[in-house]
Structure formats: structure tokens, C-alpha cells
Design a protein around this ligand. Structure first.
Ligand SMILES: Cc1cc2nc3c(=O)[nH]c(=O)nc-3n(C[C@H](O)[C@H](O)[C@H](O)COP(=O)(O)OP(=O)(O)OC[C@H]3O[C@@H](n4cnc5c(N)ncnc54)[C@H](O)[C@@H]3O)c2cc1C
Length: 334
């Protein structure tokens, strides 16, 4: 098939226990933005058992249509049934682009699919655009995060990408949106199923979810250890914020790994990101530069973090943070 015969953008609408995942909403919004540019349509691929009610949510989030597969084999995620179902949907309908979230499920599923479809996969993308020729420009950190590479899949279709949660913003829900829902039956080959789910025990949810926080007070090695982080916690308390950190602070044992922002941590997009004693290495910036408003506090005026900051304060963060907190508490008490 000629590559011009492939069209439309397919998005894996990842759901867990009947809840559409935030990353799926983000990708549907991003896909719609790309489709509006290329004149294509967006289809959500919704797989599971008893997940039909989520189809309307997919449409309200940007899908023109939904391909719905409901089967007992898909009740809980296991690799082979999902890979077979996704392969069937893609191989019979020939989309030009296929997007999945870079979650544990997306990262498990995408490479198997790309191998079966004999196409390329750009994993862990932090940016997607459409070129003037209609190719997907897939951007991701490369060479240990020291540069951002834009990767094209020129010869093969579909163009496949996993995208990190938090990279795109979901479109606001449009309850008036209309779209078709097509049910598809998959010719499963159970002989190839290698695992069987015998029970399901949900992991205890992490108490801290920095990716969902609207305000983050983030600290780096420049905070000078645990005592410096206590100043950040106190400021976060005054702001109703969460504390996050650079990897150096995690490596030093000052912050928990679940609080790490960046290429090997979480991608965050709060309305306000305060970076205190963080130099602004590319691997850190990759996880936070899309924040709404960035305040950087660093004693070195040449620190790279100032290049992405909306407001830069040159000085000792261990003095500035408590002063900021005092001012905030005073303003709030009035
Ligand atoms: C493959 C790979 C993946 C990585 N992934 C990540 C990642 O996900 N997240 C991440 O953060 N890093 C990541 N890193 C590490 C990254 O390269 C940097 O080493 C790290 O971000 C540095 O953390 P930092 O800014 O806290 O520390 P430093 O680079 O040591 O910077 C400390 C800063 O604090 C300033 N400072 C010192 N004292 C004060 C003070 N009293 N007041 C104000 N400022 C002060 C200094 O001027 C300096 O700019 C990764 C690296 C690699 C190779």
C-alpha cells in the first residue's frame, strides 16, 4: 500500500477499571489539534469489558469516532489479548498515525504492535507536530537528554508514538460533541495467550501526585539538604502546593523519587512552578518547561533555569523562600 493511502489518527483510549486515563484525554486533544491541521479524523480505540459508557467521553474529548471492542479477554490488561485486538484494528483500517500514552500499559503494548505492523516507534515523546508534508514530527530527549531530537517515520505507516503523560493538555469537555461508535469483534487466537489473570490486587495509591498539583514548590541541590527542604514544605503549606524536586535532591536522599520532575521523573504542568536551587539541566527542564508560570531562585545569575523562567530571582534561596512565605501568609491573613 502506498503511504498516501493511510489516513486518520488513532488514539489508544487507555482505561483502567472503567476510568478513562488522563493521558488518553490529553492525547485525544492533541490528536484533534493535529487532525484539524492535516484534514484527517481522530478515532479513539476503546478496549475493555463494559467500557461502552466511556465512548461519549472520548468524543467529548476530541475523537470524531470510536472503535469499541468489548470482550472478557480484555477485562484486565494483559499483553497478548490487547496486542491482538489493537493489531486487528490498525491492520484492517490503516491509520496514518497511532498514539499511545507512555504509561506502563502503553510502553508494553506499543513495541509489540510496531513489530507486528513492521513500522517504527518513537517512544516517550515530549512533543508532536505535523510537518507541511503531512509527516508526524516526534520530539523526544536523546543522548542522555542532552539534546531534543525530532524523529520522522518517512517510509512506514502508521507513524507510531508513545507520549508522556502531562505533555499535552486535554481539551475542555464538549458535551455537545457527536460522533459514531462502531463495535468491532476481534478474532482472538487464545492459543497465543501466555498469561492468565487469577486475581487483582490494586497497588496502594501514592499519596503524592505532583503531576496533578496546580502549584509546585520544587527544590534542588542548592537548597542544601533536608533543612532546606523543610523551608520548601513550609512555603508549600502556605500556598496549598506540593513539593517536588530535581534528581540531584533525590540522589542525595533529600526527596522521595515519586517527587522527581524531569526526563526520568514526572512531567508536570502546574499553573505555578517555583524552582529553588535548581540549575536547570535539560533533563529537568524537559519535565517542567510547559508550566504556566515559572519562578526561578538561584544564586548564580547564569544558571540555565533562568532561560525558561518568567520571573528570576538571583539570591540565596534559603533566605528568599522564608521571606516569600512570610509575605504570602501576611497577605492571606488580611
Ligand atoms: C539520563 C539522565 C536523566 C536525568 N533525568 C533527570 C530528571 O528527570 N530530573 C532532573 O532534575 N535531573 C535529571 N538528570 C540530572 C541532571 O542532569 C542534573 O544533574 C540535575 O537536574 C541537577 O540537579 P540540581 O539542579 O538540583 O543540582 P545542581 O546542578 O547541582 O544545581 C544546583 C543549583 O543550585 C544553585 N544554588 C546553590 N546554592 C544555592 C542557594 N543557597 N540559593 C540558590 N541557589 C543555589 C547553584 O547555583 C546551582 O545552579 C538526568 C541526567 C541524566 C544523564
Amino acid at each position: 500500500m502506498d503511504k498516501t493511502e493511510y489516513k486518520d489518527i488513532f488514539v489508544f483510549a487507555e482505561q483502567r477499571e472503567g476510568v478513562l486515563q488522563e493521558v488518553a484525554a490529553e492525547l485525544l486533544g492533541k490528536a484533534r489539534e493535529l487532525a484539524d491541521k492535516s484534514g484527517e479524523r481522530v478515532r479513539a480505540l476503546l478496549l475493555g469489558e463494559n467500557v461502552a459508557p466511556l465512548a461519549a467521553e472520548c468524543i467529548a474529548r476530541g475523537a470524531h469516532a470510536v472503535l469499541l471492542v468489548e470482550a472478557p479477554e480484555l477485562a484486565v490488561y494483559t499483553t497478548e489479548p490487547y496486542a491482538q485486538a489493537m493489531y486487528h484494528l490498525v491492520a484492517t483500517r490503516h491509520p496514518s498515525i497511532l498514539l499511545l500514552g507512555a504509561t506502563t500499559i502503553g510502553r508494553d503494548l506499543a513495541p509489540r504492535l510496531s513489530a507486528r505492523l513492521a513500522t517504527g516507534l518513537t517512544a516517550d515523546c515530549t512533543g508532536l507536530e505535523i510537518s507541511d508534508d503531512g509527516d508526524l514530527l516526534m520530539t523526544r530527549p536523546a543522548f542522555g537528554g542532552n539534546l531534543m531530537a525530532t524523529i520522522l517515520c518517512k517510509e512506514h505507516r502508521p507513524q507510531m508514538s508513545t507520549v508522556r503523560p502531562g505533555v499535552a493538555r486535554p481539551r475542555p469537555l464538549d458535551p455537545g460533541a457527536r460522533g459514531d461508535v462502531e463495535r468491532v469483534t476481534i478474532p482472538f487466537n487464545p492459543v497465543k495467550f501466555r498469561t492468565r489473570v487469577t486475581g487483582f490486587e490494586p497497588a496502594e495509591r501514592s499519596r503524592v501526585d505532583i503531576a496533578a498539583a496546580r502549584v509546585l514548590v520544587s527544590g534542588g541541590r542548592g537548597m542544601g539538604g533536608a533543612e532546606g527542604f523543610r523551608l520548601l514544605e513550609s512555603l508549600a503549606d502556605a500556598l496549598g502546593a506540593e513539593v517536588s524536586s530535581s534528581r540531584a535532591a533525590v540522589d542525595d536522599g533529600v526527596a522521595a523519587r515519586e517527587r522527581q520532575v524531569g526526563q526520568t521523573g514526572k512531567t508536570v504542568r502546574p499553573d505555578l512552578y517555583i524552582a529553588a536551587g535548581i540549575s536547570g539541566a535539560v533533563q529537568h527542564l524537559a519535565g517542567m518547561e510547559e508550566s504556566g508560570y515559572i519562578v526561578a531562585i538561584n544564586k548564580d545569575r547564569t544558571a540555565p533555569v533562568f532561560q525558561v523562567a518568567d520571573l528570576g530571582i538571583v539570591g540565596d534561596a534559603r533566605q528568599i523562600i522564608p521571606a516569600l512565605e512570610r509575605r504570602i501568609r501576611l497577605t492571606r491573613s488580611k
